[in-house]
Design a protein. Structure first.
Length: 153
Protein backbone atom coordinates (compact mmCIF):
# COMPACT_ATOMS: atom_id res chain seq x y z
CA UNK A 1 0.00 0.00 0.00
CA UNK A 2 2.86 2.38 0.80
CA UNK A 3 4.27 1.93 -2.70
CA UNK A 4 1.02 3.25 -4.26
CA UNK A 5 1.10 6.37 -2.06
CA UNK A 6 4.71 7.08 -3.02
CA UNK A 7 3.97 6.50 -6.71
CA UNK A 8 0.99 8.89 -6.56
CA UNK A 9 3.06 11.52 -4.76
CA UNK A 10 5.83 11.08 -7.33
CA UNK A 11 3.37 11.71 -10.18
CA UNK A 12 2.03 14.83 -8.44
CA UNK A 13 5.56 16.17 -7.84
CA UNK A 14 6.60 15.47 -11.44
CA UNK A 15 3.54 17.39 -12.63
CA UNK A 16 4.36 20.28 -10.29
CA UNK A 17 7.99 20.36 -11.48
CA UNK A 18 6.87 20.42 -15.12
CA UNK A 19 4.43 23.24 -14.35
CA UNK A 20 7.13 25.28 -12.57
CA UNK A 21 9.59 24.73 -15.44
CA UNK A 22 6.95 25.89 -17.92
CA UNK A 23 6.19 29.04 -15.88
CA UNK A 24 9.92 29.82 -15.56
CA UNK A 25 10.32 29.42 -19.33
CA UNK A 26 7.38 31.79 -19.98
CA UNK A 27 8.83 34.38 -17.60
CA UNK A 28 12.24 34.08 -19.24
CA UNK A 29 10.69 34.68 -22.66
CA UNK A 30 8.74 37.66 -21.33
CA UNK A 31 11.92 39.07 -19.77
CA UNK A 32 13.76 38.59 -23.08
CA UNK A 33 11.01 40.48 -24.93
CA UNK A 34 11.12 43.32 -22.41
CA UNK A 35 14.88 43.43 -22.71
CA UNK A 36 14.62 43.70 -26.49
CA UNK A 37 12.04 46.49 -26.21
CA UNK A 38 14.18 48.28 -23.65
CA UNK A 39 17.21 48.06 -25.93
CA UNK A 40 15.28 49.47 -28.88
CA UNK A 41 13.93 52.31 -26.75
CA UNK A 42 17.41 53.12 -25.44
CA UNK A 43 18.70 53.16 -29.02
CA UNK A 44 15.86 55.46 -30.11
CA UNK A 45 16.48 57.92 -27.29
CA UNK A 46 20.21 57.81 -27.91
CA UNK A 47 19.71 58.55 -31.61
CA UNK A 48 17.34 61.42 -30.87
CA UNK A 49 19.74 62.86 -28.30
CA UNK A 50 22.64 62.71 -30.76
CA UNK A 51 20.54 64.36 -33.47
CA UNK A 52 19.57 67.20 -31.13
CA UNK A 53 23.18 67.55 -30.00
CA UNK A 54 24.44 67.80 -33.58
CA UNK A 55 21.78 70.36 -34.44
CA UNK A 56 22.68 72.39 -31.37
CA UNK A 57 26.37 72.17 -32.27
CA UNK A 58 25.71 73.49 -35.77
CA UNK A 59 23.85 76.47 -34.28
CA UNK A 60 26.78 77.23 -31.98
CA UNK A 61 29.13 77.05 -34.97
CA UNK A 62 26.82 79.53 -36.69
CA UNK A 63 27.21 81.85 -33.70
CA UNK A 64 30.98 81.65 -33.96
CA UNK A 65 30.92 82.36 -37.69
CA UNK A 66 28.65 85.32 -37.04
CA UNK A 67 31.10 86.71 -34.54
CA UNK A 68 33.77 86.72 -37.24
CA UNK A 69 31.80 89.00 -39.53
CA UNK A 70 32.79 92.62 -39.67
CA UNK A 71 30.72 95.52 -38.35
CA UNK A 72 29.21 96.44 -41.72
CA UNK A 73 26.69 93.60 -41.25
CA UNK A 74 25.77 94.56 -37.68
CA UNK A 75 21.98 94.31 -38.16
CA UNK A 76 22.28 90.86 -39.74
CA UNK A 77 24.66 89.89 -36.99
CA UNK A 78 22.22 91.03 -34.27
CA UNK A 79 19.40 89.07 -35.89
CA UNK A 80 21.61 86.00 -36.19
CA UNK A 81 22.55 86.21 -32.52
CA UNK A 82 18.99 86.61 -31.34
CA UNK A 83 17.78 83.66 -33.44
CA UNK A 84 20.71 81.48 -32.47
CA UNK A 85 20.07 82.06 -28.76
CA UNK A 86 16.39 81.29 -29.31
CA UNK A 87 17.26 78.08 -31.17
CA UNK A 88 19.86 77.12 -28.59
CA UNK A 89 17.34 77.52 -25.78
CA UNK A 90 14.70 75.63 -27.78
CA UNK A 91 17.05 72.72 -28.44
CA UNK A 92 18.23 72.66 -24.85
CA UNK A 93 14.59 72.53 -23.75
CA UNK A 94 13.86 69.75 -26.27
CA UNK A 95 16.87 67.81 -25.00
CA UNK A 96 15.65 68.14 -21.39
CA UNK A 97 12.16 67.02 -22.42
CA UNK A 98 13.62 64.06 -24.29
CA UNK A 99 15.55 62.98 -21.18
CA UNK A 100 12.42 63.39 -19.04
CA UNK A 101 10.39 61.30 -21.51
CA UNK A 102 13.10 58.66 -21.46
CA UNK A 103 12.93 58.45 -17.66
CA UNK A 104 9.13 58.29 -17.68
CA UNK A 105 9.01 55.56 -20.32
CA UNK A 106 11.92 53.45 -19.10
CA UNK A 107 10.93 53.44 -15.41
CA UNK A 108 7.90 51.10 -15.81
CA UNK A 109 9.88 48.82 -18.14
CA UNK A 110 12.67 48.49 -15.57
CA UNK A 111 10.12 47.91 -12.80
CA UNK A 112 8.44 45.18 -14.82
CA UNK A 113 11.82 43.55 -15.55
CA UNK A 114 12.58 43.56 -11.81
CA UNK A 115 9.16 42.10 -11.00
CA UNK A 116 9.67 39.30 -13.54
CA UNK A 117 13.13 38.60 -12.14
CA UNK A 118 11.76 38.33 -8.60
CA UNK A 119 8.95 36.02 -9.72
CA UNK A 120 11.41 33.84 -11.65
CA UNK A 121 13.66 33.56 -8.58
CA UNK A 122 10.66 32.63 -6.43
CA UNK A 123 9.65 29.92 -8.90
CA UNK A 124 13.23 28.61 -9.09
CA UNK A 125 13.27 28.29 -5.28
CA UNK A 126 10.01 26.34 -5.41
CA UNK A 127 11.46 24.19 -8.18
CA UNK A 128 14.51 23.33 -6.11
CA UNK A 129 12.31 22.38 -3.16
CA UNK A 130 10.09 20.22 -5.38
CA UNK A 131 13.13 18.48 -6.88
CA UNK A 132 14.48 17.70 -3.40
CA UNK A 133 11.12 16.37 -2.31
CA UNK A 134 10.92 14.23 -5.45
CA UNK A 135 14.33 12.74 -4.67
CA UNK A 136 13.19 11.97 -1.12
CA UNK A 137 9.96 10.35 -2.37
CA UNK A 138 11.92 8.25 -4.87
CA UNK A 139 14.22 7.08 -2.07
CA UNK A 140 11.25 6.24 0.14
CA UNK A 141 9.54 4.48 -2.76
CA UNK A 142 12.65 2.39 -3.38
CA UNK A 143 13.00 1.50 0.30
CA UNK A 144 9.28 0.56 0.42
CA UNK A 145 9.74 -1.72 -2.57
CA UNK A 146 12.77 -3.34 -0.92
CA UNK A 147 10.91 -3.70 2.39
CA UNK A 148 7.75 -5.18 0.87
CA UNK A 149 9.52 -7.63 -1.45
CA UNK A 150 9.25 -11.18 -0.23
CA UNK A 151 12.37 -12.52 1.43
CA UNK A 152 13.21 -16.16 0.85
CA UNK A 153 15.73 -17.78 3.06
Amino acid sequence: MGYAIFAARKIMLTSRINNLNWRIMCLTQKQQSLSDISGRMQEYFSTMSMALGKRCESIFKGQNLGAQWNNQNASVLDELYSKSFLYRDTFANMHAQLNAAKQIIMKPVAAQENQIDLERKRLETQLQAANKELEAVEQQEKSEIDRSAPKYA
